[in-house]
Design a protein around this ligand. Sequence first.
Ligand code: ZN
Length: 459
Amino acid sequence: MRPDSDTENQGLWLERALLPAGWAERVRIGIRQGCISSIAVGAAPEPGDSRVALAVPGLGNLHSHAFQRGMAGLAETGGGSGDSFWSWRELMYRFLDRIDPDALQAVTEQAYVEMLESGFTRVGEFHYLHHAPDGRRYGDRAEMAGRIAAAAANTGIGLTLLPVFYAHADFGGAPPNPSQRRLIHDIDGFAALLERSRRAIAPLDDAVLGLAPHSLRAVTPEQLARLLPLTSGPIHIHIAEQLREVEACLVWSGMRPVQWLLAHADVDARWCLVHATHVEADELRGIAASAAVVGLCPITEANLGDGLFPMQAFVAAGGRFGIGSDSNVLIDAAEELRWLEYGQRLRQQRRNVLVAVGEVSSGRLLFDRAVQGAAQALGTAHGLRVGAPADIVSLDIQHPALLARTGDALLDSWVFAARNGAVDAVWRRGRKLVSGGRHHRRDAIGARFARILAQLLQA
Ligand code: ZN
């Protein structure tokens, strides 16, 4: 899908907008070939401009497993004291076994519609469901990657595809479990998958291809060393999400996962360390100094009982972060930001824990940093600035939670006081995809999702 032909020389006139330098009024944004070509502050609207009351930049969702949207809410029955991330994973593998290419595309489209409606304009798809249910390769080894690209094309969301390399069940090269057969590659097969994936995303306007060693459990040091030269794009890895993983890493290497990674890989601004929940002070400083982004997924981390990342110390050390919807148990950009702050408040029994006196507000800090961090992790430009993609979110100033607000209080009220209905419209590369809070293709995509889900859950 190439929407740019109908967005040549388009203009948006924003009564109020959050620019990189702060809030501005009467902002005219020129859009050419999907990107912002000009910005004028204090300007009058031009004939043909779309008028918007309040606009902020689109936010990236840096970590998603879209297919898991189909099992949201199905793992909430009590399993006793043994119920954990690991028992959830067994249920997830059973669900994954039923997903064919049509099902993957239908569930992914539904998830991407919900992301756009909540204010996410790009997604980092951490994609590991590569093979057929019996573990054999599809005729096109990037069949499933192609379905994710099709879902991005059909919904309009920006895509950073992160094909996942998975080879082992645990540290030390343990052989994979039968339930992981749809995930497994050797290095040569994975290199071929990357090449095919590059072709699968080529029809998209501004898709980015990176790669993802799944975790230090799933990849040996030798494999990690051979994987990294296969990309010049973003590199994402799950790390230190669970204490059991930290303990197993200590037994295997004598080091904690983040400590090991920083010592053995050239971690830099291309990296996204997803979760990094269980880190000590020196690891925290090491991540901050590397300029890597920490990918935080507070809703999923709460749902899975992972633990709390030490946000306050990390932000104080200048650390970079973004947010991800991960398991997609609930898709809501504002709620991810809300829980990022609320987790810390509950732990510290204090309020506004991330901002210092005299700085911007909590909502503003969370939003600005998450926009910057996600863009870095997803390999794209961000913000309402010339040259960046025209990815823009407008908020409904008539929403009860936003009435009579100005400046940062608008973001605070969206993050802490509103529900999903506060997002009014969403543009991606200048094309309007969401109006009045509804994605233009919500009904058709929702109907297909309903049909496919009935089949998946009856099976
Ligand atoms: Zn994940």
